[in-house]
Ligand binder design. Structure first.
Ligand code: ATP
Ligand code: MG
Length: 281
Protein backbone atom coordinates (compact mmCIF):
# COMPACT_ATOMS: atom_id res chain seq x y z
CA UNK A 1 0.00 0.00 0.00
CA UNK A 2 1.35 3.40 -1.01
CA UNK A 3 1.83 5.78 1.91
CA UNK A 4 -0.42 8.85 1.97
CA UNK A 5 1.22 12.28 1.54
CA UNK A 6 2.93 13.27 4.79
CA UNK A 7 0.99 16.51 5.40
CA UNK A 8 -2.31 14.60 5.11
CA UNK A 9 -1.15 11.80 7.42
CA UNK A 10 0.26 14.11 10.06
CA UNK A 11 -2.96 16.17 10.10
CA UNK A 12 -5.22 13.10 10.25
CA UNK A 13 -3.05 11.45 12.92
CA UNK A 14 -3.54 14.45 15.19
CA UNK A 15 -7.29 14.87 14.53
CA UNK A 16 -10.32 12.95 15.76
CA UNK A 17 -12.35 13.67 12.62
CA UNK A 18 -10.87 14.31 9.16
CA UNK A 19 -13.05 15.09 6.13
CA UNK A 20 -11.69 14.70 2.59
CA UNK A 21 -13.01 17.06 -0.05
CA UNK A 22 -12.44 17.25 -3.81
CA UNK A 23 -14.06 17.14 -7.23
CA UNK A 24 -14.78 13.82 -8.97
CA UNK A 25 -11.82 11.49 -9.54
CA UNK A 26 -9.33 13.59 -7.61
CA UNK A 27 -8.32 10.57 -5.50
CA UNK A 28 -10.46 11.14 -2.37
CA UNK A 29 -11.38 7.51 -1.71
CA UNK A 30 -7.84 6.33 -2.43
CA UNK A 31 -6.48 8.91 0.02
CA UNK A 32 -9.01 7.87 2.69
CA UNK A 33 -8.00 4.20 2.25
CA UNK A 34 -4.30 5.07 2.47
CA UNK A 35 -4.85 7.23 5.55
CA UNK A 36 -6.94 4.51 7.19
CA UNK A 37 -4.24 1.91 6.54
CA UNK A 38 -1.46 4.16 7.85
CA UNK A 39 -3.42 5.08 10.99
CA UNK A 40 -4.25 1.42 11.73
CA UNK A 41 -0.54 0.62 11.38
CA UNK A 42 0.18 3.32 13.94
CA UNK A 43 -2.17 1.54 16.35
CA UNK A 44 -5.21 3.84 16.18
CA UNK A 45 -8.76 2.52 16.12
CA UNK A 46 -10.06 3.87 12.83
CA UNK A 47 -13.49 4.22 11.23
CA UNK A 48 -14.53 5.47 7.81
CA UNK A 49 -17.79 7.23 7.03
CA UNK A 50 -18.61 7.18 3.32
CA UNK A 51 -20.90 10.13 2.62
CA UNK A 52 -20.91 9.64 -1.17
CA UNK A 53 -24.43 8.49 -2.12
CA UNK A 54 -23.54 7.74 -5.75
CA UNK A 55 -20.04 6.21 -5.94
CA UNK A 56 -20.26 4.44 -2.57
CA UNK A 57 -17.38 2.34 -1.29
CA UNK A 58 -18.67 1.59 2.23
CA UNK A 59 -22.26 0.37 1.86
CA UNK A 60 -24.40 0.42 -1.30
CA UNK A 61 -25.31 3.52 -3.35
CA UNK A 62 -28.20 5.60 -1.84
CA UNK A 63 -26.69 5.25 1.64
CA UNK A 64 -24.16 6.88 3.92
CA UNK A 65 -22.07 4.05 5.35
CA UNK A 66 -19.92 3.52 8.44
CA UNK A 67 -17.26 0.86 8.79
CA UNK A 68 -14.49 0.07 11.24
CA UNK A 69 -11.08 -0.44 9.68
CA UNK A 70 -9.56 -3.37 11.51
CA UNK A 71 -6.51 -4.04 9.32
CA UNK A 72 -4.40 -2.10 6.81
CA UNK A 73 -6.65 -2.06 3.73
CA UNK A 74 -5.68 -1.55 0.10
CA UNK A 75 -9.05 -0.20 -1.05
CA UNK A 76 -11.97 1.46 0.68
CA UNK A 77 -14.47 -1.13 -0.55
CA UNK A 78 -12.72 -3.72 1.64
CA UNK A 79 -14.11 -2.00 4.74
CA UNK A 80 -16.87 -4.02 6.36
CA UNK A 81 -20.08 -2.03 6.87
CA UNK A 82 -21.26 -1.67 10.46
CA UNK A 83 -23.99 0.92 10.00
CA UNK A 84 -25.99 2.51 7.20
CA UNK A 85 -28.22 5.54 6.77
CA UNK A 86 -30.57 5.19 3.80
CA UNK A 87 -31.27 8.39 1.83
CA UNK A 88 -32.96 6.64 -1.12
CA UNK A 89 -31.26 8.74 -3.82
CA UNK A 90 -27.88 8.67 -5.56
CA UNK A 91 -27.55 12.46 -5.59
CA UNK A 92 -27.97 14.64 -2.50
CA UNK A 93 -29.52 17.51 -4.50
CA UNK A 94 -32.97 17.02 -2.94
CA UNK A 95 -31.75 16.24 0.59
CA UNK A 96 -28.60 18.25 1.36
CA UNK A 97 -29.36 18.78 5.03
CA UNK A 98 -30.50 15.21 5.62
CA UNK A 99 -27.37 13.78 3.95
CA UNK A 100 -25.20 16.02 6.12
CA UNK A 101 -27.15 15.03 9.24
CA UNK A 102 -26.89 11.32 8.42
CA UNK A 103 -23.13 11.74 7.96
CA UNK A 104 -22.84 13.58 11.28
CA UNK A 105 -24.86 10.87 13.09
CA UNK A 106 -22.55 8.12 11.83
CA UNK A 107 -19.45 10.12 12.76
CA UNK A 108 -20.89 10.66 16.26
CA UNK A 109 -21.68 6.94 16.52
CA UNK A 110 -18.13 5.96 15.55
CA UNK A 111 -16.70 8.31 18.18
CA UNK A 112 -19.19 7.05 20.80
CA UNK A 113 -18.13 3.47 20.02
CA UNK A 114 -14.54 4.36 20.84
CA UNK A 115 -13.02 5.08 17.43
CA UNK A 116 -10.12 7.48 17.87
CA UNK A 117 -9.80 8.50 14.24
CA UNK A 118 -12.78 8.95 11.93
CA UNK A 119 -12.18 9.62 8.23
CA UNK A 120 -15.05 11.03 6.16
CA UNK A 121 -15.07 10.45 2.39
CA UNK A 122 -17.35 12.69 0.35
CA UNK A 123 -18.85 12.94 -3.13
CA UNK A 124 -17.18 14.85 -5.95
CA UNK A 125 -19.92 17.48 -5.98
CA UNK A 126 -18.00 20.62 -4.99
CA UNK A 127 -18.73 23.10 -7.75
CA UNK A 128 -21.55 25.57 -8.24
CA UNK A 129 -24.07 26.73 -5.68
CA UNK A 130 -25.19 23.15 -5.01
CA UNK A 131 -21.70 21.78 -4.41
CA UNK A 132 -20.79 24.71 -2.16
CA UNK A 133 -24.02 24.44 -0.16
CA UNK A 134 -23.72 20.66 0.20
CA UNK A 135 -20.14 20.73 1.41
CA UNK A 136 -20.62 23.66 3.75
CA UNK A 137 -23.65 22.11 5.43
CA UNK A 138 -21.74 18.83 5.71
CA UNK A 139 -18.69 20.48 7.29
CA UNK A 140 -20.93 22.50 9.61
CA UNK A 141 -22.86 19.41 10.80
CA UNK A 142 -19.90 17.01 11.03
CA UNK A 143 -17.55 19.61 12.56
CA UNK A 144 -14.31 17.89 11.48
CA UNK A 145 -11.03 18.92 13.09
CA UNK A 146 -9.31 18.79 9.69
CA UNK A 147 -10.49 19.20 6.09
CA UNK A 148 -8.14 17.86 3.41
CA UNK A 149 -8.92 19.35 -0.01
CA UNK A 150 -7.64 17.67 -3.18
CA UNK A 151 -7.59 20.37 -5.85
CA UNK A 152 -6.83 20.39 -9.58
CA UNK A 153 -6.98 24.18 -9.70
CA UNK A 154 -8.76 26.18 -7.01
CA UNK A 155 -12.16 24.47 -7.28
CA UNK A 156 -12.61 23.94 -3.53
CA UNK A 157 -11.71 27.50 -2.58
CA UNK A 158 -15.31 28.83 -2.60
CA UNK A 159 -16.09 26.19 0.05
CA UNK A 160 -12.88 26.63 2.05
CA UNK A 161 -13.22 30.42 2.15
CA UNK A 162 -15.81 30.07 4.92
CA UNK A 163 -13.25 28.34 7.17
CA UNK A 164 -10.31 30.70 6.83
CA UNK A 165 -10.59 31.43 10.56
CA UNK A 166 -8.65 28.29 11.49
CA UNK A 167 -11.39 25.81 12.43
CA UNK A 168 -11.36 23.25 10.95
CA UNK A 169 -7.68 23.18 10.01
CA UNK A 170 -7.27 23.10 6.22
CA UNK A 171 -4.78 20.97 4.28
CA UNK A 172 -4.59 21.55 0.53
CA UNK A 173 -3.03 18.93 -1.74
CA UNK A 174 -2.79 18.53 -5.50
CA UNK A 175 -5.38 16.17 -6.99
CA UNK A 176 -4.22 12.74 -8.09
CA UNK A 177 -3.21 12.56 -11.77
CA UNK A 178 -6.32 10.67 -12.97
CA UNK A 179 -8.56 10.64 -16.00
CA UNK A 180 -12.13 11.52 -14.97
CA UNK A 181 -14.66 8.74 -15.57
CA UNK A 182 -17.69 9.37 -17.77
CA UNK A 183 -21.19 9.73 -16.37
CA UNK A 184 -22.00 6.40 -18.04
CA UNK A 185 -19.11 4.63 -16.32
CA UNK A 186 -20.27 6.06 -12.98
CA UNK A 187 -23.82 4.87 -13.63
CA UNK A 188 -22.59 1.37 -14.54
CA UNK A 189 -20.54 1.27 -11.35
CA UNK A 190 -23.60 2.26 -9.28
CA UNK A 191 -25.80 -0.39 -10.89
CA UNK A 192 -23.08 -3.01 -10.34
CA UNK A 193 -22.73 -2.04 -6.67
CA UNK A 194 -26.49 -2.34 -6.16
CA UNK A 195 -26.54 -5.71 -7.96
CA UNK A 196 -23.81 -6.93 -5.62
CA UNK A 197 -25.66 -5.68 -2.54
CA UNK A 198 -28.87 -7.37 -3.71
CA UNK A 199 -27.23 -10.65 -4.75
CA UNK A 200 -29.20 -13.55 -3.35
CA UNK A 201 -32.30 -11.39 -2.76
CA UNK A 202 -35.53 -13.32 -2.23
CA UNK A 203 -39.15 -12.12 -2.07
CA UNK A 204 -40.35 -11.09 1.39
CA UNK A 205 -43.98 -10.09 1.97
CA UNK A 206 -44.51 -7.59 4.75
CA UNK A 207 -47.78 -7.00 6.61
CA UNK A 208 -48.22 -3.23 6.58
CA UNK A 209 -50.54 -3.34 9.58
CA UNK A 210 -47.47 -4.42 11.58
CA UNK A 211 -44.50 -2.96 9.74
CA UNK A 212 -44.48 0.86 9.54
CA UNK A 213 -43.58 2.47 6.23
CA UNK A 214 -42.11 5.94 5.83
CA UNK A 215 -40.77 7.89 2.87
CA UNK A 216 -37.21 9.19 2.64
CA UNK A 217 -36.86 13.02 2.77
CA UNK A 218 -36.13 13.16 -0.99
CA UNK A 219 -39.72 11.99 -1.62
CA UNK A 220 -41.13 15.09 0.09
CA UNK A 221 -44.10 16.30 -1.86
CA UNK A 222 -44.36 13.04 -3.83
CA UNK A 223 -47.23 10.74 -2.99
CA UNK A 224 -46.17 7.25 -1.92
CA UNK A 225 -47.80 5.57 -4.91
CA UNK A 226 -46.39 3.66 -7.88
CA UNK A 227 -43.44 2.53 -5.84
CA UNK A 228 -42.92 -0.73 -7.73
CA UNK A 229 -39.26 -1.10 -8.60
CA UNK A 230 -38.13 1.52 -6.07
CA UNK A 231 -35.31 0.89 -3.60
CA UNK A 232 -36.23 0.57 0.08
CA UNK A 233 -34.18 0.78 3.27
CA UNK A 234 -34.90 -1.98 5.80
CA UNK A 235 -34.60 -1.27 9.51
CA UNK A 236 -34.39 -3.76 12.36
CA UNK A 237 -36.12 -3.43 15.74
CA UNK A 238 -33.24 -1.36 17.04
CA UNK A 239 -33.85 1.22 14.30
CA UNK A 240 -30.65 0.35 12.43
CA UNK A 241 -30.74 0.02 8.65
CA UNK A 242 -29.75 -3.57 7.87
CA UNK A 243 -29.65 -3.25 4.10
CA UNK A 244 -31.66 -2.48 0.99
CA UNK A 245 -34.37 -4.14 -1.02
CA UNK A 246 -36.62 -3.15 -3.89
CA UNK A 247 -40.39 -3.16 -4.20
CA UNK A 248 -41.82 -5.97 -6.29
CA UNK A 249 -45.49 -5.33 -5.69
CA UNK A 250 -47.97 -3.57 -3.45
CA UNK A 251 -51.35 -5.00 -2.49
CA UNK A 252 -53.10 -2.00 -0.98
CA UNK A 253 -56.34 -3.96 -0.31
CA UNK A 254 -54.56 -6.56 1.80
CA UNK A 255 -52.00 -4.08 3.18
CA UNK A 256 -49.12 -6.19 1.89
CA UNK A 257 -45.81 -5.01 0.47
CA UNK A 258 -43.65 -7.55 -1.33
CA UNK A 259 -39.99 -6.67 -1.61
CA UNK A 260 -36.90 -8.50 -2.79
CA UNK A 261 -34.00 -8.38 -0.39
CA UNK A 262 -31.08 -10.34 1.00
CA UNK A 263 -31.92 -9.01 4.51
CA UNK A 264 -33.51 -11.64 6.78
CA UNK A 265 -37.28 -11.01 6.52
CA UNK A 266 -37.76 -11.81 10.22
CA UNK A 267 -35.46 -8.93 11.17
CA UNK A 268 -37.36 -6.25 9.21
CA UNK A 269 -39.25 -3.94 11.58
CA UNK A 270 -39.67 -0.82 9.41
CA UNK A 271 -39.37 0.17 5.76
CA UNK A 272 -38.18 3.46 4.25
CA UNK A 273 -39.39 3.99 0.68
CA UNK A 274 -36.62 5.53 -1.43
CA UNK A 275 -36.80 7.54 -4.61
CA UNK A 276 -34.22 5.76 -6.76
CA UNK A 277 -35.69 3.06 -9.01
CA UNK A 278 -33.86 -0.28 -9.17
CA UNK A 279 -36.12 -2.07 -11.62
CA UNK A 280 -38.54 -0.67 -14.18
CA UNK A 281 -42.08 -0.95 -12.81
N1 ATP B 1 -2.38 9.28 -5.96
C1 ATP B 1 -2.82 8.61 -7.04
N2 ATP B 1 -1.98 8.32 -8.06
C2 ATP B 1 -2.42 7.68 -9.16
N3 ATP B 1 -3.67 7.23 -9.33
C3 ATP B 1 -4.55 7.48 -8.35
C4 ATP B 1 -4.17 8.18 -7.15
N4 ATP B 1 -5.26 8.30 -6.36
C5 ATP B 1 -6.27 7.69 -7.03
N5 ATP B 1 -5.85 7.19 -8.21
C6 ATP B 1 -6.70 6.49 -9.20
O1 ATP B 1 -7.65 7.43 -9.73
C7 ATP B 1 -8.93 6.86 -9.85
C8 ATP B 1 -9.94 7.67 -9.00
O2 ATP B 1 -9.54 7.59 -7.64
P1 ATP B 1 -10.60 7.66 -6.46
O3 ATP B 1 -11.72 6.70 -6.68
O4 ATP B 1 -9.82 7.55 -5.21
O5 ATP B 1 -11.13 9.14 -6.67
P2 ATP B 1 -12.38 9.83 -5.98
O6 ATP B 1 -12.04 11.27 -5.87
O7 ATP B 1 -12.75 9.11 -4.75
O8 ATP B 1 -13.50 9.62 -7.10
P3 ATP B 1 -15.09 9.85 -6.92
O9 ATP B 1 -15.30 11.31 -7.13
O10 ATP B 1 -15.69 9.00 -8.00
O11 ATP B 1 -15.49 9.38 -5.56
C9 ATP B 1 -8.81 5.41 -9.40
O12 ATP B 1 -8.64 4.63 -10.54
C10 ATP B 1 -7.55 5.42 -8.55
O13 ATP B 1 -6.91 4.17 -8.57
MG1 MG C 1 -14.62 8.34 -4.14
Amino acid sequence: MTAPPAPALEAAAAARVTLVLGAGDTGKSTLVARLAAALVRRGHSVAVVDADLGQSDVGPPTTVGLGRVRRPIERLDEVEVSDLEFLGVTSPATCLRETAEATARLVARALAEGCERVLVDTSGLVQGDLGRALKRVKIDRVRPDVVIALERAAECEPILRAYAGGSPALVRLPAAPTTPRSALARRRQRVQALETHLAGAVPVTLDLTRVPVRAVPARRGLAVVAVEGVLVGLDDRGGRTRGLGWVRSVDAGKARLTIETAVDGEAIAAVAIGRERYRAA
